[in-house]
Every structure is written in structure tokens, then in C-alpha cells.
Write a protein that binds this ligand. Structure first.
Ligand code: DAH
Length: 344
């Protein structure tokens, strides 16, 4: 009887294991395809007694619905399981997203640019400690005992009045001059880059830590002319050939004579702006002929040797070269600022 056959198929549908794609496809072909069972049964309706055809039709419709529902549910479950195990389908032919590279910090870049200029004329790079004793930071550099730069407001003290005197965070790179001269005799052509510390309130124009590059040249018959020529060369190479330079008489305990180094303003080119305070000139560092006391303190005979020294700010040089108006940008780590100097 057709009715018994249908009951058997219904039981088969309920029990069908439909976990794999192959099983699903076999089920579809057996029950739901054009030549499948369900269509075949509908074809046999004409064999049924006319009086029972309507009821039989409903039975077959029910069978068809059960088969379709079972198939749809099992197919959806199989797809969900596949997605959960492999994730959404990947297009492996797409090019990979670009890898975001970091960039070197602008202060490192500018420091290396500055060092490179001096390296071309025979300067070598030397290093010294950031925690310094009073003797190297002040005394050997000919600072009198009561010099104001030793006072609390400028200097961070690590230790006061220890067995070897005060210990400080170096306030400039000049103590490395002493260390270099203690280690070897002239000729000396050294650059000493590094971080320095001063007890200052942080603002757009001042910071409690910044970077300097110290230069030292000691040999026989070194004169102020050598100092000027060296710095002319630096300024024209590092900034631009048109940059003007002037030396302004000044005072440092460790040099005599001493001069501040000014260059023509890189922002307004002499027209006057607030960076150069409308003078057309900006200071980039200090310089001078090494004081005989400093040579003597470091074990070098001032009757045989003379030399010049200079110290320049890295932040200041970068500011002028790249028109940066606030010192705090260097340490805030805002990638929008840092990325602009991305030379990889
Ligand atoms: N040490 C000085 C400072 O921090 C800068 C300086 C001036 C360095 C003159 C020198 C120099 O070597 O000769 O302000």
C-alpha cells in the first residue's frame, strides 16, 4: 500500500544521518530531485482510488515538506559548523595588507646627520656617562667653586657630598671632553653626542632633558681660524650653503676666548619672525678655545697643545631644520608627529 510505503520513508527521513556533504547530496538525490522518490510518489497518485486521492495528496505533501525541512535544517547546520571551524572563507589571491613600519626618532636622525658632517672631516665619536661626578661636570672644566651653574635650580643631584664629592646628572656633554683627554694625548678630533639634564620647568622652549653634540679638537697650533672654518663647514653642509654664521663674544669657564654661534634664521631668512625674535639670527650653540686650565686638569700640556671646543643642541638644530615650534613634541610620542620623519 502506498500509505505504508510513505510511512517507511517518513521513518527513513527522521533517521537519516546528514552530517557530511556526501550524505546531504545523497539525501537530496533520493528524495527531492526531479527523478527522486517524492516526485515518483506524486506520479502514482493516479493509481489511487478517486475517493482517497485528496487524502493521499495531503499525505504526500506532508512527506515532501518533511523531506525539504530536514534537508534545509541539516544543510544550514553543516554550513555553520564548517564556518566555525575554518572562519569565513579567505580569498588567498588578495595581496596582503601593507605592513606598517615604524620610523627612527627625529632626534636620532638629526643627531646622525650632524655626526655625519663632522665625520667627513675626520672627527670620531666618543661616549661618556650620564651620571657624572662633580669633578668632571664642573671642577675640571674650570668652574669656580661658587659658580651659579652648580646651584640646585640648574643641576639634578644624585648624591650630595659623597666621598668623591657630589654626583649629578650631567648638565652638558662637556665633561666627556675631560674623559677623552684623560684617556689619550693629541691629536684629538672627537664628537661626543648625548643626553643632558637640567632642572627646568618644561615648556615649548625648555625641557629638563635634551641632547647635545660636543666637539673637541686638540693639536699643535690650533687657532680660532680652525674653529671658525670647521663650524662654517658644518652649518653650510647641515643647513644650507646660503646659511650665514656669526660668532658672538661670550663667556664659558672652560674656553677663552668664548663665542656663541648664531646662524641666519632658517624660518624667515632674515625678514624677522618670533623664532629669531625679529633679529634674523638664532643661536645654535657655544664654542671657544679650550682654556689652559682645562688642558692641564686633563693631563695635556697647554704650552705644547691648543684646541677648540663647541657644544650644540640637537633639539634646536632639528627645530630650525624642520620648523618644529614646540620642544615637547619630541617626547610626547604622538605618531602623527613622528611619522613625518619616517626615513627607514
Ligand atoms: N657646555 C655648554 C652648555 O651646555 C656649551 C658649550 C659652550 C660647549 C662652549 C663647549 C664650548 O664645548 O666650547 O651650554
Amino acid at each position: 500500500m502506498l500509505q505504508d510505503e510513505v510511512a517507511g520513508y517518513l521513518a527513513e527521513i527522521e533517521a537519516a544521518p546528514l552530517q557530511t556533504p556526501d550524505a546531504l547530496e545523497a539525501f537530496r538525490l533520493r528524495f527531492l530531485s526531479r527523478n527522486g522518490l517524492v516526485q515518483g510518489l506524486f506520479g502514482r497518485l493516479k493509481e489511487v482510488e478517486p475517493a482517497q486521492r485528496k487524502e493521499m495528496g495531503q499525505i504526500l505533501n506532508n512527506l515532501k515538506n518533511r523531506a525539504e525541512e530536514t534537508f534545509a535544517t541539516a544543510k544550514a547546520a553543516a554550513e555553520a559548523a564548517a564556518e566555525a571551524s575554518t572562519g569565513p572563507l579567505l580569498d588567498l589571491t588578495l595581496p596582503p595588507p601593507p605592513h606598517a613600519l615604524g620610523s627612527r626618532h627625529i632626534l636620532n636622525l638629526v643627531r646622525d646627520q650632524m655626526l655625519a658632517v663632522f665625520r667627513q672631516i675626520g672627527f670620531a665619536v666618543a661616549d661618556g656617562p650620564e651620571i657624572e661626578d662633580d669633578w668632571h661636570n664642573f671642577t675640571a672644566l674650570n668652574f669656580p667653586p661658587d659658580h651659579p651653574a652648580r646651584e640646585m635650580q640648574d643641576t639634578f643631584f644624585v648624591e650630595r657630598g659623597g666621598p668623591g664629592g657630589d654626583v649629578v646628572l650631567r648638565t652638558h656633554t662637556s665633561p666627556v671632553q675631560i674623559r677623552v683627554m684623560q684617556e689619550r694625548q693629541p691629536p684629538i678630533r672627537s664628537l661626543m653626542p648625548g643626553r643632558v639634564y637640567r632642572n627646568e620647568a618644561i615648556s615649548a622652549r625648555a625641557h629638563c632633558l635634551f641632547h647635545q653634540i660636543e666637539g673637541l679638537y686638540i693639536d699643535k697650533d690650533v687657532s680660532f681660524v680652525d674653529l671658525k672654518e670647521t663650524l662654517y663647514y658644518f652649518v653650510r653642509t647641515f643647513f644650507s650653503p646660503e646659511t650665514a654664521i656669526r660668532f658672538r663674544p661670550s663667556f664659558f669657564p672652560f674656553t677663552e676666548p668664548s663665542a656663541e654661534i648664531d646662524i641666519s634664521c632658517q624660518i624667515c631668512h632674515g625678514d624677522g619672525c618670533n623664532i629669531c625674535k625679529h633679529t634674523g639670527w638664532v643661536e645654535i650653540g657655544g664654542s671657544g678655545m679650550v682654556h689652559p686650565n682645562v688642558l692641564r686638569n686633563s693631563g695635556i700640556d697647554p704650552d705644547v697643545y691648543t684646541g677648540f671646543a663647541f657644544g650644540m643642541g640637537v633639539e634646536r638644530s632639528a627645530m630650525l631644520k624642520y620648523q618644529i615650534r614646540d620642544l615637547r613634541l619630541y617626547t610626547e610620542n604622538d605618531v602623527r608627529f613622528l611619522r613625518q620623519f619616517a626615513v627607514v
